[in-house]
Ligand binder design. Structure first.
Ligand SMILES: C[S@@+](CC[C@H](N)C(=O)[O-])C[C@H]1O[C@@H](n2cnc3c(N)ncnc32)[C@H](O)[C@@H]1O
Length: 222
C-alpha cells in the first residue's frame, strides 16, 4: 500500500492510498471512506434517481469523494448542470490536478461547478426549487459517522432544506452504509410515508459482504 497524498484540515487527516491491486482508497482520520474498486452504490445513487426522473436537468451532489456519483450523473445527456459541494479542498485539488487520474476530465466538464463548503449550509442557502435531484453521500450514514458534525444532515431540518431546494417532481436521495430505521422515519416525516423508499444493495467490500442503502424522498408535485 503506497501513500499517494495526505492533507490536514480542521476536520483532521485525509489520506489517499494506492493498494497493491492498483485501486485507490480514501481514509479520513483513519476511517475507511471509499475506494475505487467497489463503486456500484455511489454510481447507483445517481443512476437510480436519474432513471426515475423524467427530465432531470439540474443536480446537486453533496460529497465529491472520488467522483463516481458525479461521473454517473454526467453520463446522462439530459443533465445540463451539476453543482458539487465538497467540504475538503484537498480532495477537489487531487481530482483537479490528476492525483486522482480520472479527476481532471470530470471537473473539466462545462456542466460542473464545484463549491468547497458544507453541503448543509449550501442547501440552506439554495434558492427554492433550485435542483431536480439532490444526491447526498457525505458520510457513512447516520449510525457510523466519520465526522460527528455531519449528524445534523440526516435530521429533519437539513432534509427539509434539501426538499425545499428540490423542484416538485424531483428527488432527494441519501446514501447510507447501513440500514437506519431512524433515517427512514425522518425521511417519511419530511417527504411523506408513501413518497419515501429505502432500497438495499448487496456489495462485496474486498471479500466482505455488506449491504448499503439508498433512502429516497420524492418531492410532491407536478
Ligand atoms: C463517501 S465520499 C463521497 C463519494 C462519492 N459519492 C463518490 O462517488 O466518489 C464522502 C465525501 O463527502 C465529503 N464531505 C464530508 N462531509 C461533508 C459535508 N458536510 N459537506 C460536503 N462534503 C462533505 C467528504 O470529504 C468526502 O469527499
Amino acid at each position: 500500500m503506497d501513500e499517494v497524498a495526505r492533507s490536514t484540515s480542521e476536520r483532521g487527516e485525509l489520506v489517499l492510498r494506492r493498494r497493491d491491486d492498483g485501486s485507490l482508497e480514501l481514509r479520513a482520520n483513519g476511517v475507511f471512506v471509499m475506494d475505487t474498486l467497489e463503486t456500484s452504490t455511489e454510481r447507483e445513487l445517481a443512476t437510480r434517481a436519474l432513471g426515475l426522473h423524467g427530465n432531470a436537468g439540474s443536480v446537486l451532489i453533496g460529497g465529491l469523494g472520488l467522483g463516481f456519483t458525479l461521473a454517473a450523473t454526467l453520463a446522462d445527456p439530459r443533465v445540463s448542470e451539476v453543482t458539487v459541494v465538497e467540504i475538503e479542498p484537498a480532495l477537489v485539488d487531487w481530482l483537479r490536478d490528476g492525483t486522482v487520474p480520472h479527476g481532471p476530465a470530470l471537473l473539466a466538464d462545462p456542466r460542473v461547478t464545484v463549491t468547497v463548503a458544507d453541503v448543509a449550509l449550501a442547501l440552506a442557502e439554495a434558492a427554492p426549487s433550485a435542483y431536480d435531484l439532490v444526491l447526498l453521500d457525505v458520510d457513512n450514514g447516520p449510525g457510523y459517522l466519520v465526522h460527528d458534525t455531519n449528524a445534523g444532515l440526516y435530521r429533519a431540518p437539513a432534509l427539509e432544506e434539501a426538499r425545499r431546494a428540490t423542484r416538485p417532481g424531483g428527488m432527494v436521495v441519501v446514501w447510507s452504509a447501513a440500514e437506519s430505521a431512524e433515517l427512514e422515519a425522518t425521511m417519511a416525516d419530511v417527504f411523506g410515508r408513501w413518497r419515501t423508499e429505502a432500497v438495499p444493495y448487496d456489495v462485496d467490500l474486498q471479500g466482505r459482504a455488506e449491504t448499503y442503502w439508498l433512502y429516497a424522498g420524492h418531492v410532491a408535485g407536478v
